[in-house]
Design a protein around this ligand. Structure first.
Ligand code: ADP
Length: 162
């Protein structure tokens, strides 16, 4: 059984994330969407870890996708779960430097864990969680950027923040 991990902050999950997660679920037997609670964004997120997990769960329909959270090193989580790969989405060259550095440090910490990059879908190239929050807080329509199931949750949290 080949297990892959899709890690991130997912504050909140967007159609860009979901595209990568679903494509990963076609390539691997099981995908674990891992809400990392230790990132530089900790304490600055719009949604708590539990809320982010609930939002992701509302959007996921496939049986081979699970959602979990972790606050330690990704490579240790991967070892615990027997995962063989980390799957990341790449939007533009600007993502590359950071993602490549992460992939290399993870490879150095655990040579058995591969990082697989999937190119973002053309429609989602510009999409990020922070843009969704920004548009929402300024009363813009976010329904093309996140699944319908969670539009209202995001609207309730982010609208009028500014
Ligand atoms: P982080 O906190 O690590 O920046 P994010 O939650 O923003 O994590 O994103 C998690 C992963 O999803 C990253 O690999 C990122 O490149 C990818 N990603 C984010 N937005 C998109 C998008 N619009 N299309 C494809 N991949 C994306």
């Amino acid at each position: 059984m080949k297990i892959a991990i899709c890690p991130g902050s997912f504050d909140p999950v967007t159609l860009g994330h979901l595209d990568i997660i679903e494509r990963a679920s076609e390539l691997f037997d099981k995908v674990i969407v891992l809400v990392m609670s230790n990132s530089s964004k900790a304490g600055k997120t719009a949604f708590s870890v539990d809320e982010r997990i609930e939002l992701i769960k509302k959007c996921i329909t496939k049986d081979n996708i699970e959602v979990d959270t972790y606050s330690g090193l990704l490579v240790n989580y991967a070892k615990e779960k027997g995962a063989v790969a980390v799957v990341k989405g790449l939007r533009a060259v600007s993502d590359f430097d950071y993602e490549f550095q992460q992939a290399l440090i993870n490879k150095s910490l655990n040579p058995n864990l591969e990082t697989v990059f999937l190119p973002a879908n053309g429609d989602n190239m510009f999409l990020s969680s922070s843009l969704v929050k920004e548009v929402c807080s300024l009363d813009g329509d976010i329904s093309s950027y996140v699944p319908g199931e969670i539009v209202n949750d995001i609207y309730l949290r982010c609208k009028g923040d500014k």
